[in-house]
Design a protein around this ligand. Structure first.
Ligand code: TXA
Ligand code: MG
Length: 328
């Protein structure tokens, strides 16, 4: 027998205690974090976790991040925390850092597909922190978008994905960081970086004094979440080093995304500059909003220009490369 899907009248609200009540009942609630909105569920409730995979249409082998209020709460669910991870938690959390740690088996294995490592993050967003303090369980929360589509940085973006399939979106305004957390693990005397984010490789190197190696090299497996197709708008996206007039066949049907450049051969309403004053943090904050906006113009194609790779530039280019994969 096919199980009938529950339909909701999805509300957008800033009522934290209502969100807590729904989560306590095993329902899903989209929550704000400083990076992007997350699709949250009780991390101790196997059925609630399974609903996250179903509603997001995410393959079950791609593990979720467990969100906690503080480092003490992480201790309840891991065998130990290596010194270098402790120093990273001390330096960068609450904040946009996720650490992979050996699980002690206390949380349902559906959350991380039964792997030895589980991902933990202590978000900095005031609303997420208040919510976690109200609850006596942690929250799994992948980004609140349908698998492979553009991540959400506002409640309205979440609604585009999950109208009718979840009961509530907890509104905490626009996300301040704008791209997902950096994901790392300790491996011997190295740090493995599974995903670039607001905390850069240099930041991690500076705090731990250890070499930082990208996952997927000869010494480690790539993160299952780092599939090449990701973050994609519906409109085909092309990524180039430098946009020139010759590349644009039909300027009236093309949308443009740049760091700070304005182009006189494209209608002004079809181009978005991520940061007019070349501020990389502002560019990250605007990235997903810009992709959502350009997608809504229903143009034939989007062309984005690679950003310079200082600060968060590398993490932004990583997202753009994955967003562009379908078209390349
Ligand atoms: O900023 C963020 O991290 C947001 C907010 C909502 O907290 N969450 C987020 O979750 O981006 P998600 O599920 O969209 O991305 C989690 C990433 C995926 O690439 C996943 O494969 C990786 O973390 N990951 C989680 N657990 C892992 C594990 N045990 N081993 C390797 N990679 C893991
Ligand atoms: Mg995601």
């Amino acid at each position: 027998m096919v199980k009938e899907e529950v339909r909701y009248n999805t509300i957008i609200s800033d009522d934290i205690s209502q969100a807590a009540k729904l989560l306590q009942r095993g329902e899903l609630v989209a929550i704000p974090t400083e990076t992007v909105y997350g699709l949250a569920a009780n991390a101790t409730d196997r059925d609630a976790i399974k609903k996250v995979f179903a509603v997001k249409r995410r393959p079950s082998h791609n593990p979720l991040i467990v969100h906690v209020a503080d480092e003490r709460q992480i201790m309840d669910y891991v065998t130990h925390i290596p010194w270098c991870i402790s120093s990273l938690l001390e330096a960068f959390t609450p904040g946009p850092l996720t650490v992979l740690l050996p699980t002690n088996g206390q949380l349902p294995s559906v959350a991380n597909n039964g792997q030895p490592l589980m991902a933990f993050r202590i978000p900095a967003h005031g609303v997420a922190r208040q919510l976690l303090r109200l609850l006596d369980f942690p929250l799994v929360a992948p980004s609140a978008n349908i698998y492979t589509t553009v991540s959400p940085t506002t409640a309205a973006h979440v609604l585009k994905n999950f109208s009718g399939t979840i009961p509530m979106i907890l509104d905490g305004g626009e996300c301040n960081v704008g791209i997902e957390s950096t994901v790392v693990a300790a491996s011997g005397d190295q740090i493995i970086m599974y995903r670039e984010g607001a905390i850069t490789k240099d930041d991690i190197c500076r705090v731990t004094g250890l070499p930082v190696i990208p996952a997927g090299g000869h010494c480690s497996k790539a993160s299952p979440g780092m599939s090449r197709l990701h973050y994609s708008p519906r409109t085909p996206l092309f990524l180039v080093d430098d946009i020139t007039q010759e590349q644009i066949a039909d300027p009236r049907r093309t949308g443009i995304l740049t760091f700070n450049k304005q182009l006189d051969f494209i209608p002004p309403g079809q181009q978005i500059r991520l940061s007019v004053c070349s501020d990389m943090s502002e560019a990250a904050r605007n990235l997903y909003k810009a992709l959502h906006q350009l997608d809504e113009l229903n143009l034939d194609r989007l062309v984005a220009e690679r950003l310079p790779e200082y600060g968060m530039g590398k993490a932004i280019n990583d997202r753009l490369e994955r967003a562009a994969f379908r078209s390349s």
